[in-house]
Design a protein around this ligand. Structure first.
Ligand SMILES: [Zn+2]
Length: 476
């Protein structure tokens, strides 16, 4: 066993409709505080404004021992995240996220006097520009991300941000708490989950409790008011969700308290704040002598494009290989900057000019083209270009360079002094996990919230392109 499972609890706080859901935040925050257990509460801008309007500043006060996160400005109010990203390319989408989300994030920082620990995806609405924009919003992590790594690492890096995959969380526990049979089953399952998390490489377990509003309501405030891409009629009163019987609220609170006590009593687990996990996982990897050669060997060992390195994403690895080809000493230069996946639309010249081999001069030109794009735009080009109309898909260049390093014990040196003629191999365009992530995105985004004709083709393409940025976190 590597040590204790580090368990963190999170809540999404978003219901501006039900005043009693404000009290649910208080009850939950107090129950956890009495037990010395930190949790993270992700608030929407609209919820914060509703609390101010209802003079419930005591709710912010009750959260002082917990972490505060952000859960979008307007959650399910249309246009939602995926809807406002629909017309945008990569850069336009990143700018749109910052423009639309900044005021809510700033308001919550102002009301709580705290830094935000993360951004939690609202329900089924997401786009890859969310993690891409968080640095610009001064938010250090992304919760409920639709991304994941091939190796199931949680957390991981995607589009330049530390991400926690929704698919890796246990919960929402709120669905289980009112049901005696399901709750008993969870309690039975829990020791195994904790043991597994303690033994896992990443060592964290995300217990996603859910929503304070669901402790007092049997249905969601947005499900009944914002379905199928439509906002409620501004002339009519907004519909209030069906309340939960008080006795059931008490059962849910008691069961959650019991669940927390079971984890506290478990010798192989400990509660940690989400902010602490984030700070721990944002550390840069320690680069020991020979790190670049080892990263190359690790990537070259498997087929396709590996996303499980703790040092470099595939995009960073390709950029670094090209730097080495151009005569830089990557190993000595140290940390490789973040590089995004190829976000430009293919322009029609795709790969038709790609030869089966290139000479050393052309290889240097291709490497220079990749580095120029990386330095100028922070992203890989779709095609690396060289004189004579040579245009090579970056995945092909990635695999061809890796294959050079895998040839015998040459490693890094093979990049610095490539042979006269270098074979270019065909390669899958994306990491294998790209299909899984984009299918997950397409499935979730098409659920009840959005209008049926929401066009997610461009968002899906960008989601896939950013799988070039996947890597595991450094520390475990
Ligand atoms: Zn939500």
């Amino acid at each position: 066993m590597r040590g204790k499972a580090r368990v963190f609890l999170t809540f999404d706080v978003e219901d501006p409709v039900t005043p009693l859901s404000d009290d649910a935040v208080l009850w939950l925050a107090a129950m956890l505080r009495e037990r010395g257990v930190p949790a993270a509460f992700f608030l929407t801008g609209d919820k914060a404004r509703a609390l101010v309007r209802r003079k419930r500043l005591d709710v912010f006060e009750a959260l002082r021992t917990h972490d505060i996160g952000y859960h979008t400005n307007h959650h399910s109010t249309h246009p939602t995240v995926a809807e406002y990203l629909e017309p945008h390319d990569w850069a336009g989408g990143v700018a749109e996220v910052v423009a639309r989300e900044r005021s809510g994030a700033d308001l919550i920082r102002e009301l709580t006097g705290r830094r935000l620990c993360g951004f939690a995806t609202p329900g089924t609405s997401w786009g890859p520009q969310i993690p891409g924009a968080l640095t610009g919003l001064d938010i250090p992590a992304h919760l409920h991300s639709f991304s994941r790594t091939g190796g199931g690492h949680n957390p991981h890096w995607y589009a330049g941000t530390l991400c926690f995959a929704r698919s890796e969380a246990v919960g929402p526990v709120e669905d289980i708490l009112p049901d005696p049979l399901r709750f008993a089953a969870l309690l039975e399952e829990l020791p195994g989950l904790l043991e597994r998390a303690a033994r896992s490489e990443d060592g964290v377990l995300h217990l996603y409790v859910g929503h304070p509003t669901i402790f007092v309501n049997r249905e969601f405030w947005d499900g009944i008011n914002y379905a199928a891409g439509r906002n409620p009629d501004p002339e009519a009163p907004i519909r209030a969700p069906e309340p939960r019987p008080v006795a059931q609220t008490r059962t849910m609170l008691d069961n959650l308290a019991h669940l927390v006590d079971v984890v506290r009593a478990c010798p192989s687990a400990e509660f940690v704040g989400f902010g602490e996990v984030v700070a721990d996982r944002r550390r840069a990897p320690v680069l020991h002598a020979g790190w670049f050669g080892r990263a190359l060997a690790e990537a070259a060992a498997g087929p396709g494009i590996a996303t499980t390195s703790r040092v470099l994403s595939p995009a960073q690895l390709l950029y670094a290989m090209c730097r080495e080809v151009l005569g830089h000493d990557v190993e000595r230069d140290g940390p490789v900057p973040e590089v995004h996946g190829p976000v430009d639309r293919p322009d029609g010249t795709v790969a038709t000019g790609a030869p089966a081999r290139v000479g050393r001069d052309r290889l240097l030109e291709l490497a220079a083209d990749v580095c120029r794009a990386g330095d100028a735009t922070g992203a890989l080009p779709v095609l690396a270009r060289a004189t004579g109309g040579v245009a090579v898909p970056v995945a092909s260049l990635y695999r061809s360079l890796l294959d050079l390093t895998a040839d015998g014990a040459a490693g890094v040196r093979a990049l610095r002094s490539p042979p006269e003629s270098v074979p270019l191999v065909e390669a899958p365009e994306l990491p294998e996990v790209g299909d899984e992530i984009s299918e997950h995105f397409a499935r979730r985004v098409r659920r009840w919230l959005h209008r049926p004709d929401l066009d997610v083709d461009e968002l899906t393409r960008l989601t896939r392109a950013q799988t070039w940025t996947l890597r595991a976190t450094a520390a475990a």
